[in-house]
Every structure is written in structure tokens, then in C-alpha cells.
Design a binder for this molecule. Sequence first.
Ligand code: AVI
Length: 337
Amino acid sequence: MPSIAAVPETVDATSHAVATEVRAGLTASPRTLSPWLFYDEAGSRLFEAITELPEYYLTRTERDIFTAHADEILWEAASGGRQKLTLIELGAGTATKTGILLAAAVRQQGSVVYQPVDVSESALVMASENISANIPGVSVRSQVADYTTQALPLDRLAEFRTLALYIGSSIGNFSPSDAVALLRNVRAQLLPGDKLLVGTDLGPGKHKSAATLLAAYSDAAGTTAAFNRNVLERLNRELGADFDLAAFEHKAIWNESHSRIEMHLESRCRQQVHVPANSAGGALRLNFEAGETIHTENSYKFNPVSVERLLRSADFAISRSWQDDQGLFAVTLATAV
Ligand code: AVI
């Protein structure tokens, strides 16, 4: 599961948070549902499937950038090999791409401490097993925590600098103001000279069209549609709601003025949906007009200037950035100032 804001930690807290989110979001105008609701077990599996779709270039392009430049990235992060690094990863999930960077860290400094942080304990167990089995020289110290609201559980070793990883374009799922707040929280827990590596998806440009972007969020196999609709299935399952899944259509829209892909679920007809009373309040009767949508996700797209602006507002200075040849995706290394 990728990292998303404010994921509750226990089963009770989760069901109350789902109920509260649904009440606030579905009675608002326009209607919204927060993207953390996507990531129940089925949604996390669907997201993994998305990352392997031919249209969803983000994951493989970031992996290709790491494969091509991992040694350079680690060298720069260590100020030209002069410092030793500890790596911490925010929202590490199963850490599949991180292995490329960890292997480069081991080549550079012999061994490395890696601290993956995630709200999902099962993802961290997989990350730890995968890294320990495949990359000798990495000592994994995983931590279950929500880095969006909690302090980073940093294990600071004397003489070591921290390299924080926030990859996978996860920052793109936050509003600009929440993204700044999140990075400021990260910055507050680093020391001047520590580094941050951020992965960002890029907006349309010389080689990239809005059509390429849109296709990544409306794939031919319908996996993203299933991922989007799963949120309604989750509300039926967990809250006893009666959403008719076939009556809602998956829509991905490129919103140029906000530089973001928006995902919506559009009501195909006039209909009423019921949500029984729960810990957040009384029963809901929701009246949808034909064509009315539930806005389920924003995925912000960047350019070098907007990445720099974002990092600067959180007191980071850009050290260097890497892109693929087609200008699809960027990986930016920044220094805490
Ligand atoms: C997790 N996050 C970076 C994905 C994205 O591209 O915004 C989530 C996603 N939504 C639809 N497809 C993938």
C-alpha cells in the first residue's frame, strides 16, 4: 500500500474513521471520499496490479531511474562519498524499488541501516524479509507509524547522516498545502545537511501528452476502474451501505489549472443510496442525480519549478534531480537547510 494521509491504526479506529469520513464526504457538495479509503486488502492488491499495467508508467519509470542512477544518487546524498548514510523510508510498503538504492548504499559504504516506516505491519514484514534475504549488508529496523501525523522514529547513529526516501509519487496525492505541511514535519525531524529523495510524476511536456497521463488512470483492462469502485464495495462491506456498483462509472480527468489527475465515480442515473446508522451518527439517505460525481482522488503532477517551490517551502534546497529520457517522472535529491 502506498503512503496516504491519516490512515487509522486499529480495527476500531479504522471503522470509526471510515464512518466519519463517509458521513462528512458524502453529504458535502461536491461529494468526496478520501483516498486512504482505497487501501483495504482488496484495494491494496488492486493497487499492486495497477503498478504493473502497461499504461501505468510511474512505477517502472521510477525503478528505471533508480537502476540507471542509484550509485550517483547515493554518492550525491553522501556529499560526494564523504559521509555515511542511514536510510529511512516514509510509507515504505513492501519496499520493492528501495532495494536498488540499498544495494548502492552497501556498495558505497559496506553496510547500511534501513528504517522502513509504514502503517501496515504486514507490508513491513514483507519488506524486511525481502531486503534481508536479497541484499546482504542491510540491517533493517522497521517501525509501524503514521509519518503524516507522528514524529519520525529516527535511529540516529553518531557520524551518520540521514537520507529520507519519499518515493512512488506519494506526495502527489496530497493537496499542495498538505504536501508542504507533510514535508515540514519531515524537515523538523532532520538535521541541516540531511537529505531527502522525492519521486514525483511530471505533467505534460515536450515528450509527454495529457493522453499518456490519462491512460495511466483509465487503463484498458479496467484495473483502475475496479480500484476506484472498490471504495464503494468497501462501504457496502464495512458499513452495510447499498451502493449498486454498476450504477457508478469510473472517470479520470486531467485538470490542467490544478495540474492534477482527478478520479471520480459518476452516478449513471438518479438514485438513492442508504448507509445504516453507525458510530459516527444516524442512517444516511443519499440522493444522487444522474451525472453527479464522488471525487475520490487527486494525483498532482509536477515540473522542475513546482518541485523546487514545494521543497523550498519546507526548507529544503535541491541538490540534484534525475529524469527518464521521455520526461515522464523525476527523482529529486534535496538537502535540509
Ligand atoms: C499511490 N499513488 C501515487 C497513485 C497515483 O498514481 O496517484 C495512486 C493511484 N491512483 C490511481 N492509480 C494509482
